[in-house]
Design a protein around this ligand. Sequence first.
Ligand code: AKB
Length: 318
Amino acid sequence: MKKILIVGAGGQIGSELVPYLRSIYGNDNVVATDVRECKGLADDGPFEVLDALNPTNMASAVARHNIDTIFNLVALLSAVGERNPQMAWNINMNALFNSLEVARQHHCAVFTPSSIGAFGPTSPKDMTPQDTIMQPTTIYGICKVTGELLSNYYHQKYGIDTRSIRFPGIISNKTLPGGGTTDYAVEIYYEAIRNGRYTCAVPHDVYMDMIYMPDALRSIVELMEADPFKLKHRNSFNVASMSFTPDILAAEIRKRMPNFEMSYDIDPVKESIANSWPNQLDDSCAREEWGWKPQWDISSMTDDMLAAVAKKLEVEKK
Ligand code: AKB
């Protein structure tokens, strides 16, 4: 990776991946793009407004900047996807298809995030294997499985260096996620600091995999830098870091804020999605093939999140 183009850079992952990649590969070598202007992304390096659904404009950016690696971060998440499945398919699939086609024409590598949402109710719930039955029941999951297959197809047929990770819910403190089923695990920290209480839309006892953003960012670079001869899989790798229920996360916050209160107002769409996803993934292939190892757990993440969110909200108040 010498010259990188990120499409959909303004979202939860992109807003932190851009500075992370710039710190490793150099500011001028990471071109951030999004469908709209994004505060902050133009401060330290190149930024362009680019609609990933327009392949001509994407190809032009790749050619102009001499890009060798495309990160396609464009996505409508699981819960919001259920409100408009046609739009979710259009955005999720066509941004990926354009990235792969432009990569084929301009000889680029491609990274695309997949998700625990690629699994469904018929997948094994506990220690969900890397290779197993995948019959998701959300449009988001259907896009993710199709995207995995399509990315493998581009690798097998055209030799494109496609790689991907099945991300758990990503917990971060810079940009809020929008429209996911795992969003509660980010919102809870903001509401704990703001109001000392949180109303959760996901049932109290549903386990889902989660990962803290610093681990997620590191996993992306480690996979993209991995020796291709060691990769038996490509699209997409299970990674695991921590798995908990809303009750467990609330108890963790209460250890630091004893008066924190949690109540529940269940969203039936999120409930059904959460119930269809794994409790915990088996990430042994990622560990064996490219050395994946998480560094954060629920306790260290909660310390860091509460401090970072408190600081952020304090600064915003001024
Ligand atoms: C979502 O909840 O939709 C995402 C995901 C797990 O892919 N955070």
